[in-house]
Design a protein around this ligand. Structure first.
Ligand code: CP
Ligand code: NVA
Length: 310
């Protein structure tokens, strides 16, 4: 049995803790060549800076190798069917990290692939981002359980993964979104079950000030995600009152962390200069993608191997 990672909920709270601990070990010390000779395919339908670079370097530092496949080269689902691409890549590489428009594409890739598939962002989730963010929060606050994250903005892929990541690890999750842009109901249902086990709470708000009140972390993301460019003007109007700025942060705890997955639109979802505010940890978030993904790749590839898959 190979181990895919398509959703944060593919991991138990114990597995999340284990990956964060391993990431901290990698971050502190040398990188043993645990993945010597292993090859990762990076199959991307959308642009990327952080995800592509951090996965490539992660493989290199662990002694492996990564091959980037751009949208134009592969023509996933156009030049060649998704199942055929999955079957072919399985004959060459040890793992596929894929960034797709539709989450269904990822599910199909995983179904037809003989090797593990990792979600590098889909329209439903961005689980590598969420786990890396837990690492950043743990480093800064020394704990996860008992903290409150307030997400302000679109109930999008990043929000979905953060809702699952927080509720699995005992953090409370507040989200303020305008009408029509609320969090996915299925994810919410799943998160509520995790929250009842981890004794945390999930609360939905329309007011950003109420959501942010006494929060330990304030998180936001772009108003129009990749692939939603045609909706950008409409979204700018809908999200007008959901900008994160110095005034909104003053409702949170004094030692609040400000987080954003990047890329950011300065002056749109955040006030200009907010990324460089002392409360901002956005560049730590970007760095931690590398350390967390090294731990993730080691777990997924070595676990799959010890199960005798390859
Ligand atoms: N945060 C993130 O996933 O960035 P990229 O889109 O640049 O990979
Ligand atoms: N929600 C954003 C995240 C980018 C990292 C998008 O999907 O474009």
């Amino acid at each position: 049995m190979k181990k895919d990672f398509l959703s944060v909920s593919d991991f138990s709270p114990q597995e999340i803790e284990q990956v964060i601990e391993q990431a901290m070990i990698f971050k502190e010390g040398d990188s043993p060549h645990l993945l010597s000779g292993r090859i990762l395919a990076l199959l991307f339908e959308k642009p990327s800076l952080r995800t592509r670079v951090s996965f490539e370097i992660a493989m290199q530092q662990l002694g492996g190798y990564a091959i980037y496949l751009s949208p134009q080269e592969v023509g996933l689902g156009k030049r060649e069917s998704v199942p055929d691409v999955a079957k072919v890549l399985s004959r060459y590489v040890d793992c596929v990290t894929a960034r797709t428009f539709s989450h269904e594409t990822l599910i199909s890739l995983a179904k037809h692939s003989q090797v593990p598939v990792i979600n590098a962002l889909s329209d439903l989730e961005h689980p590598c981002q969420a786990l890396s963010d837990l690492l950043t929060i743990y480093e800064k606050k020394g704990r996860l359980a008992g903290l409150t994250m307030a997400f302000v903005g679109d109930g999008n892929n990043v929000a979905n993964s953060l809702l699952l990541a927080t509720s699995l690890t005992g953090m409370s999750f507040h989200i303020a979104s305008p009408s029509g842009y609320q969090i996915n109901q299925e994810i919410l249902g799943q998160g509520r079950k995790f929250a009842s086990s981890s004794r945390s709470v999930i609360k939905l708000f329309s007011s950003p000030e109420e959501a942010v009140n006494s929060a330990d972390i304030v998180y936001t993301d772009v108003w129009a995600s990749m692939g939603q460019d045609a909706e950008a003007d409409k979204r700018r109007l809908a999200f007008h009152d959901y900008k994160v700025d110095e005034r909104l942060l003053s409702f949170a705890k004094q030692d609040v962390l400000f987080m954003h997955p990047l890329p950011a639109h300065h002056g749109e979802e955040i006030s200009p200069g907010l990324l460089d505010d002392p409360r901002s940890v956005v560049f730590d978030q970007a760095e931690n993608r590398l350390h967390l993904q090294k731990a993730l790749l080691a777990k997924i590839l070595l676990q799959t191997e010890s199960m005798g898959n390859r």
